[in-house]
Design a protein around this ligand. Structure first.
Ligand SMILES: NC(=O)c1ccc[n+]([C@@H]2O[C@H](COP(=O)([O-])OP(=O)(O)OC[C@H]3O[C@@H](n4cnc5c(N)ncnc54)[C@H](O)[C@@H]3O)[C@@H](O)[C@H]2O)c1
Length: 367
């Protein structure tokens, strides 16, 4: 088994599920592993889930900064499901990141156990920490709307020559200016905005494509989502949502031969329901017309635990970033970005993205 050194920005629910999942696969028996266990890939070019070793972590919340990573992933306001009782000691202490626009002011109006509370520690030199730790890949799990903060950590990746996996909707891999910077620096990037293993986006995309492939004209659609984690609380501040809505809407519109008029499509986070915690519920409606203009309506409700739903996808994205480093490939990684992200540099149908990733892993496709 090969090793992979990972840095994490944002020790929230997604980071917690990722690390708990790695521990789960570490403890699983050979028999359980051979039965695949809910991952899209167990082995990616010799890297297994348990190959991932966290060597640095940054956050800004006073209940996480200064804590060991193994304690911080269970600290409030994290509320995702417990996969394992505890994770093995990592030897990593969560360090104070640069706040910038990471924390929305409205967070202060909500109870402490549900919301962010900023530490008064001084921020560390992120580039130095990345270099000293030997980190090879950084995964970005910052809150939606953290435009400046994501750009800050992207620049740190360029300066420290660390590959980046951008799981949130600030456009880095899919923005030419940033993609070019990564290419020029010789650093790979996967992004933007992670697409869950089986979540609202992939279901809505596949159904949209099926409508189109089977001659049904999609006339109108909505996707309403509710949840009770800090991701949903943060998104109550609608001024932070612009790129999230673009990302989620483009993911579906890209599956249609002719995109819907903006008045006929509504896709986005819709409300914060505290008792849901990390359970996300998606209400989906699609109105179409079929044979001879006869109407057809589809209603669907999908209920998932939000954070573990993206962790297996993240593990694939991280391992492909490392494969690119090993192969000295830089800039946006098109295949794995299309497969694992809602807003990749290039949108393709999911089946094609899947095949492209297989070809990339096998070394038949450069990026
Ligand atoms: N299935 C999924 O869960 C899923 C899918 C798609 C996208 N995402 C995106 O992934 C991101 C992370 O989601 P999450 O549920 O873990 O969020 P979260 O709210 O649980 O965690 C965010 C973490 O970032 C920290 N933070 C805030 N500002 C910071 C800064 N400047 N520097 C360092 N740390 C900072 C917070 O203290 C918190 O620990 C979100 O943008 C979310 O929209 C998640």
């Amino acid at each position: 088994m090969k090793n992979l050194k990972l840095a994490i920005v944002g020790v929230g629910n997604c980071a917690s599920s990722l690390l708990q999942g790695i521990e789960y696969y570490k403890r699983a028996s050979a028999d359980e592993k051979s039965r695949h266990l809910g991952l899209m890939h167990y082995d990616v070019g010799g890297y297994l889930p348990e190959s991932l070793q966290v060597v640095a972590a940054f956050d800004v919340d006073k209940r996480k900064v200064g804590q060991t990573l193994e304690k911080a992933i269970f600290a409030q306001p994290n509320c995702t499901t417990r996969i394992v009782d505890e994770i093995s000691a990592t030897g990593v202490t969560v360090q104070m990141g640069h706040i910038l626009d990471g924390v929305s002011p409205h967070m202060a109006d909500y109870p402490e156990h549900r919301s962010f509370r900023v530490s008064d520690e001084k921020p560390v030199d992120v580039v130095k920490v990345l270099k000293d730790s030997g980190a090879e890949v950084l995964i970005c799990y910052l809150p939606v709307g953290s435009e400046e903060a994501v750009q800050f950590y992207a620049q740190a990746c360029l300066d420290a020559k660390v590959a980046m996996v951008n799981c949130m909707p600030v456009f880095i891999a899919s923005k030419k200016e940033w993609a070019d910077k990564f290419k020029a620096a010789g650093v790979p990037i996967v992004g933007d905005d992670i697409k869950s293993q089986l979540g609202a986006t992939i279901v809505h995309r596949v159904l949209t494509k099926t409508f189109s492939d089977r001659g049904i004209k999609l006339e109108r659609t909505y996707q309403l989502n509710t949840g009770g984690n800090t991701d949903f609380l943060n998104m109550l501040n609608h001024s932070r949502l612009k790129s999230k809505k673009i990302s989620k809407t483009a993911a579906v519109q890209s599956q249609l031969p002719v995109p819907l008029d903006p008045d006929n499509v509504h896709i986005g986070p819709s409300d914060y329901v505290p008792f849901q915690n990390d359970n996300k519920v998606c209400f989906l409606r699609m109105e179409g017309t079929g044979f001879a203009g006869v109407p057809l309506h589809l209603e669907m409700r999908l209920s998932v635990e939000d954070s573990p739903n993206s962790a297996g996808v993240a593990i694939d994205a991280i391992r492909c970033a490392k494969l690119a480093l090993d192969r000295k490939v830089s800039g946006p990684l098109y295949s794995i970005s299309s497969y694992t992200m809602k807003h990749p540099p290039i949108q393709v149908a999911d089946a094609e993205a899947h095949q492209n990733v297989e070809n990339f892993i096998a070394g038949k496709l450069e990026a």
